[in-house]
Design a protein. Structure first.
Length: 118
């Protein structure tokens, strides 16, 4: 996985969670939301990413907001399952904000890599 693939994976993850909020037909999803340390991004982050980029401060800064994205996704799913659409919408705003934080950190990692290569 590269940085662009990581960004795309998180965009898709967030888009799918937000789609659950706007899906007005039928029941909410019943499955578990992927844990932050069980997604494709984190497997890269904790493996090759940490091995080659772990010394970069911006690399270290992405873990906390990434974890919050997954926690917020779980809160959205729980709110929908409880029938609390307003809470799901509130959490949807938060996950959209957190997504931008994660994407900015990933852009920072890309910039640091380019700077190292220059």
């Amino acid at each position: 996985m590269n940085i662009d693939a990581a960004k795309n994976a998180h965009k898709i993850f967030v888009r799918n969670i937000l789609a659950e909020i706007s899906d007005s037909k039928g029941q909410p999803e019943t499955g578990e939301v992927t844990a932050h340390n069980d997604c494709a991004f984190y497997r890269w982050y904790d493996g090759m990413g940490r091995q080659f980029l772990g010394q970069l401060p911006v690399f270290q800064e992405v873990e906390a907001p990434h974890t919050l994205v997954h926690q917020t996704a779980r809160a959205i799913r729980a709110a929908l399952q409880a029938g609390d659409r307003e809470e799901a919408i509130r959490q949807g705003s938060e996950i959209a904000r957190l997504e931008q934080v994660v994407l900015a950190k990933l852009d920072g990692i890309s910039a640091a890599i380019r700077q190292k290569q220059a």
